[in-house]
Write a protein that binds this ligand. Structure first.
Ligand code: ADP
Ligand code: ZN
Length: 808
């Protein structure tokens, strides 16, 4: 094996690897990170293959290894190749997913002396060369920077290069260090005993109310608290804190922030629960897949609270017992603190949580520790699927239907589920996909026997057999007829008032991701749709027209409803802010709390909002889909879906599925406690199958309808899609380029005689203009799309998304 195929970290490399020869004496393994000369630069690369023959005639030598140990396992090397092939991404982009964070750094060059042969004529050396040799004599190695300081950059480099050529000196390389400073944050603590603080607080009393409050608050804490947190909780100024400091009652200190989400919590270890019969069956099946590295894919379908997490935990414990390790993927770390805690409690000290709030240095260290086998379980969002977990035995994907598992906006645009399936196949691991509302594609595969279906039919919390909450569907057309113009129907109004009076909590859900406005008749509920594509038409303000985002059909906005002829067409686009305002009017005594990205981008974190609501500092929580995530809030007895129609009317073939998932999940938030619960869904289309099925908690009913529509329209799982987006600063040129591409692809299809690929569009993208660029899209429907598109030259400005999810 004298040659290596290397994936080089250069944008020029694209989907190619490059052949390098191995210099004598340099041992290189597959998966090893190396330095390679590329043009006139020295770049990082990873060895993907070794072979006795080069792929090209002329090869250069590998310059050196970056790390003695291979950085990618053989399975990861195969995975990177697969990702590049399937998602048509540059191969180093795929490799980079698996490298330690902060790996992409420049090299530092070192030199060291080779023994000088006895017959060497020293007089042939230049004075500079001699100086260099003198410099490194007796040293293990010397940084070239130091020699440059003495000789000057140019002279040093020339002399070293000459010495290398004559075999007197060898070069080696090392990554420059990560520049990461520990992050410090001001903390406030008591400077006196808690008793004394409370006494002083009483004395300060009304005179200095804020100071007293702050002091009282500090006296209740077990230790120093982040100043930012104290300030928010007490809503006091820095002056108040300074005053306490001046009085010698409190003190500031800088604390190195531990961004480890498990660090600040006292976690009580937990024991495995006795499994219910359904859990036991699921567990036994998974266990049989674990034995002897047999592998397999399991779809664990169970409503929220049916005990899926307990099954994951015990399957992981079993994996560990067999000497292997696990990866658990969750949609978003910030939204699932309770889930994370449960894993940490079951495997104390053996869980690594990956998330982007760690500093680069911390991420790097964590990566190394994972690779050294320090953790039984690695938990994280989609990128955690690439964690270097050795002896991988089990991958769990919780809430497998979540769209956040698809990498949306960066190459490679991979889907975590498909990557996990591939990785498991390569590593001989088991995959468990869990969901209350499985992705239609996953369920279809389970039906066909590609995955093994495991069902947990009922809730186990607060006790086995707890019924799912009762769901009432309110027809907003009827409300309108009865003269109700508020956002809250009569039913919802009454239920909210009652819950608030009973000191219970309410969640109001509004999915306002439908940024584009759709048009609906307020009298009959009719939504204007494209006749050809059946997706809702989108109103474009700039053109004052309705546009189909799939086929580019245009039409002016009609004066009256095409169905009932009444002039009651409305542009719909309601936001959570408006909802909060209206809730304030309608329920003046209730304490409101809003939770959406506008809020969390600003002052408050997810944790803060959640803990505020959990500790009953608010009665009504108003939010977007975030509130639908895995929260376990026993005081919530009512969940109101203000409008189920927003998600339903997105121009996407998955709109029905999305609506069903969201409604089911939101509904799952109610009645987690002993007081039971109720869900009210407001809609203009109560007869829609997604709403009906969600209201009766009937996944099968939803699935059967949905899969039939998919079959008829030949959408996934009956085909695959690829979304090709062209962007340009000029709208017309962009459209023309998209049309040109369509012609060229059509010719290709014809000349190859491919029967099953169809091209839809071009049409303006859902987000027609993004950061000053216009966007047009082609959608391909077929089966072997990656293969077909692989040789197609895409000019600058094109983005290819295989298996797209959602609208972009
Ligand atoms: P899911 O993940 O399906 O939402 P969980 O695993 O979170 O369900 O279970 C919901 C609740 O029921 C949790 O509080 C959990 O501790 C409890 N639970 C799960 N399995 C059992 C069991 N076999 N016996 C008793 N309690 C259980
Ligand atoms: Zn259309």
């Amino acid at each position: 094996m004298r040659y290596a195929e290397v994936s080089v970290n250069s944008p020029i490399a694209q989907r190619r690897t490059f052949s390098y020869s191995l210099p004598p004496g340099l041992g290189v393994e597959i998966g090893q990170a190396v330095w390679v000369p590329f043009g006139d630069k020295l770049l990082q690369g990873v060895v993907l293959e070794l072979s006795p023959h080069p792929a090209v005639e002329e090869t250069k030598d590998i310059a050196g290894v970056i790390e003695p140990r291979p950085i990618l396992s053989p399975a990861h090397v195969q995975l990177a190749r697969w990702i590049s092939r399937y998602y048509l991404s540059p191969i180093f982009d795929a490799v980079a997913l698996m490298l330690p964070p902060g790996f992409e750094r420049r090299p530092l060059t070192f030199i060291s002396a080779n023994p000088i042969p006895g017959d060497f004529d020293l007089s042939t050396l230049t004075p500079e060369q001699r100086q260099v040799l003198g410099f490194i004599k007796g040293q293990e190695r010397v940084s070239i920077k130091r020699i440059e300081k003495v000789l000057g950059k140019k002279k040093a480099q020339v002399a070293v290069a000459q010495l290398v050529r004559r075999g007197l000196v060898i070069r080696s390389y090392e990554l420059e260090p990560i520049r990461a400073k520990p992050k410090l944050e001001p903390y406030l603590r008591l400077a006196v005993a808690a008793d004394e603080a409370r006494q002083k607080a009483a004395e300060l009393g009304k005179r200095a109310k804020k100071q007293a409050d702050l002091l009282e608050y500090l006296s209740k804490q077990s230790g120093p608290v982040p100043w930012a947190e104290a300030r928010k909780n007490i809503s006091c100024t820095k002056a108040a804190a300074d005053a306490l400091v001046n009085k010698g009652l409190a003190a500031f200190e800088n604390v190195e922030v531990r961004r480890d989400p498990l660090a600040r919590q006292a976690i009580t270890p937990s024991c495995p629960l006795v499994l219910t019969p359904a859990q036991k069956t699921a567990f036994t099946e998974i266990k049989s897949g674990l034995v002897g590295g047999k592998g397999g894919v399991f779809l664990l379908h169970g409503v929220t609270g049916s005990g899926k997490t307990e099954v994951y935990l015990q399957a992981l414990a079993e994996t560990v017992k067999m000497g292997r390790r696990g990866i658990v993927l969750v949609p978003e770390i910030a939204l699932t603190p309770q889930t994370i805690e449960r894993f940490a409690a079951r495997f104390p000290g053996r869980v690594a949580v990956l998330h982007s709030r760690l500093s680069l240095g911390e991420q790097f260290d964590e990566w190394q520790r994972i690779r050294d086998g320090k953790f039984d379980v690695v938990i994280g969002p989609r990128s955690a699927v690439f964690a270097p977990q050795p002896d991988l035995g089990l991958i769990v994907i919780d809430e497998e239907h979540e769209w956040s598992y698809k990498q949306p906006d960066k190459s490679p645009r991979y889907h975590t589920r498909d990557v996990a399936l591939k990785l498991a196949e390569l590593a001989g691991a088991v995959v468990v996909l869990g969901s209350a509302t499985p992705d239609v594609e996953s369920y279809y595969r389970a039906q066909k026997g590609n995955y093994q279906l495991l069902q947990l039919p009922g809730r186990v919390t607060p006790r086995v057999g707890t019924p799912l909450p009762q769901v009432e569907v309110v027809d907003l057309k009827e409300e309108l007829k009865a003269g109700v113009r508020s956002l809250f129907s009569r039913s919802l109004t009454e239920a909210i008032s009652q819950a608030v009076t009973n000191d219970e909590q309410v969640i109001l859900f509004l999915n306002r991701r439908g940024a584009a406005t759709f048009i609906q008749c307020r009298s009959c509920g009719f939504v204007l749709r494209c006749r050809r594509c059946d997706v809702p038409l989108t109103y474009h303000l700039d053109q004052d027209r309705l546009v189909c985002h799939q086929c580019n059909y245009h039409t002016p906005v009609p004066q009256a409803c095409p169905r009932c002829a009444r002039r009651s067409l409305k542009f719909l686009g309601l936001g959570t802010q408006k909802l909060e305002q209206e809730a304030g009017y309608n329920f003046p005594t209730a304490r409101l709390l809003r939770w959406d990205t506008d809020v969390t981008r600003g002052r408050y974190s997810h944790d803060e909002i959640l803990s505020k609501f959990r500790s009953h500092q608010a009665d009504i929580l108003i939010g977007t889909q975030m509130v639908a995530k895995g929260l376990d809030l026993p005081l919530v007895t009512l969940v109101g879906v203000v409008s189920a129609d927003t998600a339903l009317n997105l121009p996407d073939f998955r709109a029905g599925e999305r609506t069903f998932q969201l409604l089911s999940q939101v509904a799952g938030r109610a009645g987690r406690g002993v007081r039971g619960g109720k869900v009210i869904i407001q809609t203009y289309t109560p007869e829609h199958y997604a709403i009906q099925a969600a209201a009766s908690h009937d996944y099968e009913a939803f699935y059967n309808k949905e899969v039939e529509y998919r079959r008829q329209l030949r959408n996934p799982p009956f085909s695959r899609l690829a979304c090709l987006t062209c962007s340009h600063t000029n709208d017309l040129l962009c459209q023309r380029e998209a049309e040109r591409m369509k012609r060229s692809l059509s010719q290709e299809i014809d000349s190859k005689g491919i029967a099953d690929i169809e091209i839809i569009g071009p049409a303006p993208a859902f987000i027609h203009r993004l950061r000053g660029r216009f966007r047009w899209q082609l959608v391909l429907r077929g089966t072997e799309l990656s293969e077909f598109l692989s040789p197609v030259p895409f000019p600058q400005g094109w983005v290819v998304d295989i298996d797209p999810v959602g609208l972009s």
